[in-house]
Structures are given as C-alpha cells and as structure tokens.
Design a binder for this molecule. Structure first.
Ligand SMILES: Cc1ncc(COP(=O)(O)O)c(C=O)c1O
Length: 449
C-alpha cells in the first residue's frame, strides 16, 4: 500500500487502502487525497467516519425520499434475506415481486398497470427503449428511430447515453452510440425563464421541435420519444407550461410512444406519486428506480400499458415473448424493500408532505436570488436548482467548490454542472430546509472568486 493511499478511519481506528477502488462520476485522485467517508446514516443525517454529522440535502442521490435507515425497510430486508435470498428470475418467481409490482402499479397513473423489473435506472431506460422497438415490430411496423432531448440524462447504458444529451457523457463514446437517434432541443432559457417559480410560462412551443423531426424522417419511422418530465442531472429544468401536453399530442398524432424517465421524479418528488400525475400527462411508459426502495437495495423498472404488454403476448404460449431480463430482475431483497417502502410512503403520507413542504422550499430557495454568482433559481415540488455563473474556462468548478464548502459546513448538496441541486428527503422539517438553504447561502457569500 502506498502511504498516500492510506486513510485512517478515526471512529473505528482502522486503516483502509483507497487504491483498489475506482469511484464512479468522481475525480478519483482529488477525492482520494481527501476522502469524504460516511459510516452511518439515520433519518435526515449522515455521520462521517470521524463522527461529524452531515445533513442530507439531496436524499442520498434523489432516492432516500423517506429518510435514511428506516426501520420497517431495514426489517423487511433482513426478514426476506433469512427467508429467501435468491431465486432465478427466469422461469421462476417469488410472491414478493408480484406484490411489489401491484403496489407500484397502484400508484401509477391509470392505464400503466404492468411492471418490468430491472436493477437500476440505466437498465430501466435500455429496457424501455427495447420494449418500444419490440412493440412496433409486434404490430408489424418498422419504427426504429429513437428521440431524446438535449441536456437529458438517461443513465449510462449505451441506449441511455445515445438518447441522453449530456456532452461529457457522450463525447468519448460518440462513435459507439446507437444509430437512428435524434434529440429535441432542451427547454432551458435564461433570457425568458430565469427565476421562474414552478413551471416557466415561456417555452411550450419547443415541443414542436418534434414535428421538425417527424417532417425529416416521417413519423412512421419513429418508435419513441424519451424525456425526463423534469430534467434532474442537468440542473433541475422544469418543463414550460403546456410543453409536455404538446409533446403528448404530437406523439399520439404520429403513433410514437412517449416515455417519461421518472427515475428521479418517481415516488413523490414532485408532490404526486409520479410527475405524469403532477403535470396531467399520460405517457406510454414510465421508467423508475431510486425511490422505489428508498435507496436501500438497487431496483429499477418500467411501467407500461396493457396495450404494450398485450402486443408482446401474441406467439405460441410456450415461447419467450421478450428476450430481455436480468439475473436480479425482481430480486427478493429489492422486492421486500419496495413493498416496505410503499408502505412507509403511504402510512406517513409522504407524497402529500412533499407537496405541503414545496411552498416553504420554494420561498427559501428564491431568497438566494441576490447572492453572489446566482444567475437562476428553479424549483418543482422538492426539487430545486440554483444556477451559478461559471468560472471562466472551468465549467462546473464554481458549483463543485460550493458543494465542498457546504460539506465542510455540514450539509450535503449536489453540483450538476454549474447548478447546485437540492432535493431534501420528504421527512425534512421546515427548519431542516431553512438550514440547508441558509448553508448554501453562507457558502455563496463566502465564495469570493
Ligand atoms: C433521469 C434519470 N434516468 C436514469 C438514471 C440512471 O439511474 P442509475 O444510476 O440507477 O442507473 C438517472 C440517475 O440519476 C436519472 O436521473
């Protein structure tokens, strides 16, 4: 072990070697020179290995909606592990996965009543894209083109990166991405929409960009359009009023499937179970992950309509209808965690709580508008973004420094490009929210460069 790879865990007096691990979406060398190590979590707080408490301003990574280490979820996982650790996902099943699917479908908008389980958001996206292609083929149509949106994030599989619109995630892999993919223009516009509260009033017409692509390729070649109802990873971009409705209308007109990627917005983030319900727009499929198990066990999935499911159920009944799936689809521990999570959400009324906290969150966030470097503030439900003026020639640095400064002050926020994203757990008190936002304000005031 190189001495620079050693980190002392003070609380448990143990030394760890940081060298063998490659961390995802992280500047590894910088991180390892001063690691931020978390040892436990409870409710709204983490505790570092040196015993410092950190208030969680981002629900883990938009997933721990009900707060950390919730007893009913922990107990359900333990019980399931003792009873059934694993059963193959192919040709066999266990009861909990059916119960989890039913509970998720019951929360979904009417019309989306079937669930296909994956282990992550990325897998959910690739699954949904494959279902879209298979659906049209089953109907005798040859629609192969997929449409995403600039500034969209749909995970890291080749399908998700192809329809995604984040340049750094695409750059190195550009020649290996899926063919036949186009992107709608994004909806972010500081000139028209800066400091909007909730949905901006300008920008519904941007959905008509889809008509441009239909005119270019002909609608009969387009299989699906995928968008995040609220784009998360590119800095909380809230859809303009009427935008999603227009996208729905155009998709319906041309027989194109509309997929909402609700990996972040699913399970209450916008104040309803799904953003589709918040915005009153019914997609043909919804991808979910994260909040489905409150982050406790990896799980993702696709919600789809009976019409799509039935289109696949058309060959000889002994034949596999969809050549796709994962060793851990509907894993017993994930299913048990999902069931317990749905119970916690329901028993504690947490989606209503997210909706009720939203006005306080909005007011707190927008109180930062005059602070140094702030060029926009956006919010929807318990999702908020504070966009900062970038440091010349160093995109992302300003927000990253603010993230570090907030951490030193005991609050975890997320930097997404030059936006600071705040997405507190739904169990947060108004005081917690005020404290998170005030800490961000203090970090901004202290940032002189
Ligand atoms: C909208 C969206 N889709 C997909 C993903 C990918 O999910 P995962 O990291 O579980 O693969 C994410 C992750 O943040 C996301 O925000």
């Amino acid at each position: 072990m190189n001495s620079s790879d050693k980190v002392m865990l003070e609380e448990i007096n143990q030394e760890i070697n940081t060298r063998p691990l490659w961390l995802p979406f992280t500047p590894n060398r910088q991180f390892k020179s001063s690691p931020r190590l978390i040892n436990r979590a409870h409710g709204m707080h983490y505790e570092t290995t040196s015993g410092q408490k950190i208030l969680d301003g981002i629900s883990g990574l938009w997933c721990v909606n009900a707060g950390h280490s919730r007893e009913p979820i922990v107990n359900a996982i333990k019980k399931q592990a003792e009873q059934l650790d694993y059963i193959t996902a192919f040709n066999m099943a266990h009861p909990a996965q059916f119960q989890a699917a039913e509970m998720i479908a019951n929360l979904a908008p009417d019309g989306l009543d079937t669930v296909f389980f994956t282990n992550s958001g990325s897998e959910a996206i690739d699954t949904a894209l494959k279902i879209a292609l298979g659906y049209h083929r089953a109907n005798g149509e040859h629609r192969h083109r997929l449409i995403g949106r600039e500034r969209g994030y749909h995970g890291v599989g080749f399908g998700g990166v192809s329809v995604g619109g984040m340049t750094p995630n695409r750059k190195v892999f550009s020649t290996a991405l899926l063919p036949g993919v186009d992107h709608l223009s994004h909806t972010h516009n500081l000139e028209h929409n800066a400091f909007s509260k909730g949905q901006p009033s300008w920008g519904a017409h941007l959905a008509e960009d889809l008509e441009r692509l239909v005119a270019l390729h002909d609608g009969s070649n387009i299989a699906a359009v995928i968008v995040e109802p609220v784009a998360g990873s590119t800095g909380v971009l809230v859809p303009p009023q009427g935008y999603l409705q227009k996208l729905r209308e155009i998709c319906t007109k041309h027989g194109i499937l509309l997929i909402f990627d609700e990996v972040i917005t699913g399970f209450g983030r916008t104040g309803s179970p799904f953003a589709a319900q918040t915005f009153g727009v019914l997609p043909d499929m919804i991808t979910f992950a994260k909040g489905v198990t409150n982050g406790a066990v990896p799980m993702g999935g696709v919600l789809l309509s009976e019409k799509i499911y039935e289109a696949f159920m058309n060959g000889p009944s002994e034949q596999i209808e969809f050549f796709h799936g994962y060793t851990y689809s509907g894993h017993p521990l994930a299913s048990a965690a999902a069931i317990a999570t749905m119970d916690v959400y329901k028993e504690e009324g947490l989606f209503d709580r997210a909706r009720e906290l939203a006005p306080h969150f909005e007011a707190a966030l927008h109180s930062l508008s005059d602070l140094p470097h702030v060029i926009d503030i956006r919010n929807c439900g318990l999702m908020g973004g504070v966009e900062l003026n970038p440091v010349d020639g160093k995109p992302g640095k300003r927000a990253y420094d603010i993230f570090l400064s907030c951490y030193e002050r005991g609050v975890l926020v997320r930097s997404a490009g030059d936006t600071i994203a705040l997405t507190p757990p739904f169990i947060a008190t108004e005081n917690d929210i005020t404290h998170i936002v005030d800490t961000l304000g203090a970090a901004l005031k202290a940032s002189t460069r």
